[in-house]
Ligand binder design. Structure first.
Ligand code: UT7
Length: 362
């Protein structure tokens, strides 16, 4: 006989933690190495600063630090974790993924470690996976990590880094400025960070935990945000010609992504609420992917949500891909916006195209 839905445990968030690297980069620093301005970046995206790792610090390093913080916040013993789910689009290596690297850094015993890669929607996909693992009884205590080191993807050379950090005086030679500026619409948006949550099977019938999720994927829209080179569609995987032409760097049609985000994020948020017999009125907090403040403002307007029901922190961190949802939730909770019992929706859209929303009563 199948187990009734009501008797299944729910995935209750026990703790949340983050890791933000120490190098703070403001817009004027980026303007030293490409044709951009503080004004353009603020106006078009709302971003004021982002944080970068030192060279050699990887996604798994940031992820493990965020995981430690989440474990401490949860009050559980790390040994109780029986499953790791890790979302990143910038793994330390092509393989293995960052999951087992984080398990090793945390000194945990042998346990399943699942890597998922849904880019900016990765953490939302991760939340659904955690829900399924716990409801099905496969796992009881799950660590969900989102970590990304975008500086590893930045197509700028050593001389640009020196000028960016003010260790060398500019200006850069015109051909280097021109090359860097080719990627300005991308580079200015991203930052490095990690966030993590610990979930535990919750048997009490008090309505807390992950309530449900609605996720989508649509490969028909893959070309609006993807990396053309550096993959098995090429032989060899990557070569000098690809590097020289910039094909190992993401291609992004920002306008198209923008348009899709402002319509699909509200729609899927309302859909997950409706599926769970709830409405926007019931929602206490909406945590959206942080890709562009203007996207989130438009999505908020479309849902007619009051300011105190939405939290954004892209101004400080830029787009941190898999880390955005836990990083944003963590700050909202610190500001008292997500007290116990409140209803939170986590909504994201990113490359793939992947998008979705997950509902949680904290
Ligand atoms: O997580 C998912 C990842 N990505 C997204 O969600 C991105 C969504 N899209 C966006 O955030 C915006 O489309 C951008 C911020 C990327 C671009 O803003 P936009 O208002 O759509 O600008 P645009 O691409 O239409 O470009 C307008 C102008 C262009 O110049 P011309 O052709 O009018 O002369 C660009 O070359 O702005 C120029 N531009 C810049 N200028 C200064 C593009 N990037 C920059 C820059 N600094 N960083």
């Amino acid at each position: 006989m199948s187990q009734s839905r009501a008797s299944m445990p729910r995935a209750l968030m026990m703790g949340c933690g983050t890791e933000v690297p120490s190098i703070r980069v403001d817009n004027s620093m980026l303007a030293r190495i490409m044709d951009t301005t503080d004004e353009w970046i603020r106006e078009r995206s709302g971003i004021e600063t982002r944080y970068y790792v030192e060279p050699g610090v990887s996604s798994a390093d940031l992820g493990a630090a965020a995981a430690r913080a989440a474990i401490a916040d949860s009050g559980i013993d790390a040994e109780e974790i029986d499953y790791i789910v890790c979302a990143t689009m910038t793994p330390d290596h092509y393989f293995p993924g960052a999951g087992t690297l984080i398990q090793e850094r945390l000194g945990l015993g042998k346990l399943p470690a699942l890597d998922i890669r849904q880019q900016c929607a990765g953490y939302a996909y991760g939340l659904q996976t955690v829900d399924a693992l716990i409801r099905s009884g496969i796992a009881r205590t799950v660590l969900l990590v989102g970590c990304d080191v975008h500086t590893s993807l930045m197509p700028v050379g050593p001389e640009s880094w020196e000028v960016l950090y003010g260790r060398e005086e500019g200006p850069l030679p015109p051909e280097i400025l021109e090359w860097n500026s080719r990627f300005r619409h991308l580079v200015v948006l991203f930052g490095d960070a990690a966030g993590a949550m610990v979930f535990r099977a919750h048997d009490a019938d008090d309505g807390r935990g992950i309530l449900g999720s609605v996720l989508y994927g649509d490969g028909n829209r893959k070309e609006i945000l993807y990396v053309p080179g550096a993959g098995s569609a090429r032989r060899p995987w990557v070569d000098e010609a690809q590097l020289a032409s910039g094909e190992s760097v993401p291609v992004m049609d920002g306008r198209q992504v923008f348009k899709l985000a402002v319509t699909r994020m509200p729609r899927v948020t309302m859909e997950v609420l409706e599926k769970n017999g709830l409405t926007l009125e019931d929602l206490d907090l909406l945590v959206m992917h942080q890709a562009n403040l203007r996207i989130n403002e438009a999505a908020q307007r479309a849902m007619k949500l009051a300011d105190d029901k939405v939290h954004n922190n892209i101004q400080k961190y830029g787009n941190t891909t898999s880390a955005t949802l836990p990083l944003c939730f963590y700050e909202a909770r610190e500001e008292g916006k997500a007290p116990e019992g409140s209803l939170v929706a986590f909504t994201a859209l990113g490359a793939g195209l992947h998008w979705g929303s997950v509902l949680m009563r904290v």
